[in-house]
Design a protein around this ligand. Sequence first.
Ligand SMILES: *Cc1c(COP(=O)(O)O)cnc(C)c1O
Length: 360
Amino acid sequence: MVRRIHNFSAGPAALPLPVLEEVQNDLVSYKGEGLSVMEMSHRGKTFDGIIKSAESLMKEIMGIPDGYKVIFMQGGASLQFATVPLNLLPENKFADYINTGSWSTKAIQEARKLGKKFNVIASSEDKNFSYIPDNFKVDKDAAYLHITSNNTIFGTQWQKFPDTGKIPLVCDMSSDFNCRKFDVSKFGMIYAGAQKNMGPSGVTIVIIKEELMNASPENIPTMCSYKVIGGKDSLYNTPPTFGIYIIKLVLEWMKSVGGLSAIEKINREKADMLYSAIDGTGFYKGTVEKNSRSLMNVPFRLPSEELEKQFIAEAQKNDIIGVKGHRSVGGIRASIYNAVPVDSVKALVDFMRDFESKNG
Ligand SMILES: *Cc1c(COP(=O)(O)O)cnc(C)c1O
């Protein structure tokens, strides 16, 4: 058996073992073709099959309705912070943003840098981003409303998406993409860096309503244009071929375990296990409001920073890695994305109980 550890990293993050094994098996000679996916033309027949399957599996698993385009882009979710307003926010209009954490803040900063007009219609900054605001009104003339569905650093998640009517809802789903079933038709656009729930870093998934895609202005960088990249089926230039291949395998794995409903059920079990372990003691303390808790990123504190340091060091000795909180907030954070096995969460909970009994 190859050594595998309990990986709670926030991103890049754990991938399903069957996916890694299949990649390993086909790495040097893809399906016996005599070359690796990394070495083949993005315009050849084999890669064409891979990218088309990735797209169609995505549509199938997520129930993406007709009239939406799946695009594979580069530059991470961070480039989308600029790409969204470049494409969807004309000079004479403004957008609404909701600020729920560090990534939302960065999305807002990019719109500001571009000299775009926008309003921050709600924010949870007053309580250190420990909740998801529910008291706001989307302007009926906004070009879009931008939200971050899951706040990776603070550990909050929208439990129910806002109903924006005719205003396109644009969502950064980087850290909870496909962690649960949801209705894609409620969104104008969804984007996600692949490296948390869907694959390796280097690919960004964009799902966009075709009417929005086709509205991209001409005077923006070509590589940022949804109309150009989407219009060329993600093959305007060389796409991140190997990453797209792995996304396809991750989608196949998702389908094989029962699709989004099954994955959501397991994710809820994992999260319940961990939150119960936190709530069951006075030793560990959750940092966010209970009704805003994330299924994916679980932050908590110990009685002192000393103990947190010790916790992280001893966890590592038990093959539990990636549990250090983001440098901007400290504490502990366990990221329990789709590919983190239930057994890893059990191992973490056991370790937490043991650590408490020795130090509590
Ligand atoms: C990780 C993350 C990002 C940044 O993604 P990159 O692909 O590294 O640019 C943006 N938004 C959210 C919600 C994230 O979790």
